[in-house]
Design a protein around this ligand. Structure first.
Ligand SMILES: Cc1cc2nc3c(=O)[nH]c(=O)nc-3n(C[C@H](O)[C@H](O)[C@H](O)COP(=O)(O)OP(=O)(O)OC[C@H]3O[C@@H](n4cnc5c(N)ncnc54)[C@H](O)[C@@H]3O)c2cc1C
Length: 432
């Protein structure tokens, strides 16, 4: 089949890879001049989500104070943003949290296998580094984390619960003063460079053939016509006007993997999904004192701020800002940006004092799509020829490899390697 994939982030590129592997011809349309320029660029490195990473559950937005939960909440009286917070709050209840994570778990396993296969096949090097240490501030937060620790045991995820002294003994940059509650070490989980991986996969596809990348092209709308589908391209700025026919590409199927740009495309087709864009920030800071820099990735477990080392720099990611969806394409006010970046600076200072020169850090911000039930939206939607692969929230890096495989299986008519309840929980029509 001829398949158009809209979006050149990790979700789109991983989908294109799987579609080609299944024997389809693929055209990836990306509005930027190269791939991995959206949320994929801002990744904090953690490859696959443990129950401590998912953006739902007992610790997620458990405090109303921005400084405590790591999210600058500017939802105001905006209906959809408040509704999102309300729905996610329902998943703070431990049984609801466990059930939802249980539905996600098979996709995590599929993603792990798929990624391992891609790595082994091409011998890819994308700055993989072993070990992630999650740190917990207070005894109250440690208690809130208990359901997640229970899930780690239930799913037999290799991990170690550490006292503060054990944390400091394992990772020299962490100090035991001021006191904190403890940590959870995943010595078999990894961090890695998501944009680099995305570009390496694109390179592989470029050499293999059968996948065309149309870069610098924006999809204006999708057309669904009986047994065919098509996308209409927006005129390129400054380009001489061309005939309308040239700007339409026809295919047997269209996959929408356009990150937060997906919502507008789907809405034009009449599909309104309750996904919400959430801004996130990164700081890339030079290492201040080598002896204070961590050798594994450090994550503030409750504020969900991740600090990972990249050569002579530290990448600090988090500082989420929740606001109305209509604000997402407008610049964030200076005061709110400052508040979000201050969360990143403070977490770095709290956990690994002296490691980073925050005053010389380069800021970046991007938006990721969060769903009200914490799960991505993957599968067929609205029309037999339309597929979506979006809403991975904070976990698109590794999950995209499994979700790309799922989309390719669905388009090929092959039986997906996921249980029926997970497939149903990922479908777009679950929100009806
Ligand atoms: C700061 C930050 C840290 C993160 N940390 C992690 C982490 O540690 N681990 C993890 O798993 N996940 C993390 N995430 C989330 C992860 O980055 C995302 O889930 C993932 O990158 C989403 O990939 P995507 O391809 O769906 O979206 P994107 O990367 O946003 O790609 C969508 C692409 O579609 C293109 N596009 C949009 N509309 C159109 C259109 N109309 N026509 C053509 N092209 C279009 C965009 O230009 C963009 O390139 C983080 C996100 C951020 C922002």
């Amino acid at each position: 089949m001829d398949v158009i994939v809209i979006g050149g982030g990790i979700a789109g590129v991983a989908t294109a890879y799987q579609l080609r592997a299944a024997g389809h011809r693929v055209c990836v349309v990306e509005r930027h001049a190269t791939v991995a320029q959206g949320a994929t660029y801002g990744h904090s490195g953690t490859v696959l989500p443990t129950p401590l990473d998912v953006w739902f559950g007992p610790t997620f937005m458990a405090s109303r104070q921005n400084a405590k939960n790591g999210i600058v909440n500017k939802a105001g009286f905006n209906g959809p943003a408040r509704q999102l917070v309300k729905q996610l709050a329902e998943l703070q209840e431990p049984n609801a949290f466990g059930h939802q994570y249980g539905l996600l778990r098979p996709l995590i396993e599929l993603s792990r296998d798929t990624l391992a296969d891609m790595e082994a096949r091409f011998g890819l090097e994308f700055e993989q580094a072993s070990g992630v240490l999650y740190l917990v501030r207070t005894e109250q937060e440690w208690q809130q984390l208990r359901p997640a620790l229970g899930l780690l045991r239930l799913f037999e995820v290799p991990h170690h619960e550490l006292t503060p002294e054990q944390c400091a003994a394992f990772e020299h940059s962490v100090r035991t003063e001021p006191a904190f509650a403890g940590g959870v070490l995943f010595d078999q989980e990894r961090t890695a460079n998501c944009p680099l991986f995305t570009k390496l996969i694109k390179q592989t596809l470029d050499t293999q053939g059968d996948v065309q990348f149309m870069l610098g092209c924006e999809v204006a709308s999708i057309r669904l016509e009986g047994q065919r589908a098509a996308v209409e391209l927006a005129p390129r700025p400054g380009a001489a006007s061309r005939s309308r026919e040239v700007d339409v590409i026809h295919a047997d199927a269209v996959v929408v993997a356009a990150g937060h740009g997906s919502l507008a495309l789907l809405e034009r087709l009449g599909l309104r999904l309750p996904l919400h864009p959430l801004r996130l920030h990164t700081l890339v800071a030079p290492i201040a004192h080598e002896e204070c820099a961590p050798h594994v990735a450090i994550v503030d477990a409750v504020k969900r701020i991740a600090i990972s080392r990249m050569n002579h720099r530290l990448r600090i990611a988090g500082g989420a800002v929740l606001q109305s969806a209509g604000q997402i394409d407008k610049p964030l006010g200076e005061a709110v940006t400052k508040e979000a970046l201050a969360l990143l600076g403070q977490a770095t200072h709290d956990w690994i004092p002296g490691a980073a020169r925050i005053s010389a850090a380069l800021p970046w911000e991007g938006a990721k799509l969060l769903s009200p039930d914490g799960l991505p939206v993957i599968g067929n939607a609205l029309h037999p020829r339309l597929f979506v692969n979006i809403g991975h929230g904070p976990a698109g890096w590794g999950l995209a490899c499994g979700s790309g495989k799922l989309v390719a299986d669905l388009i090929s008519g092959s039986a997906p390697e996921l249980p029926a309840d997970t497939l149903a929980a990922l479908r777009a029509d679950r929100f009806r």
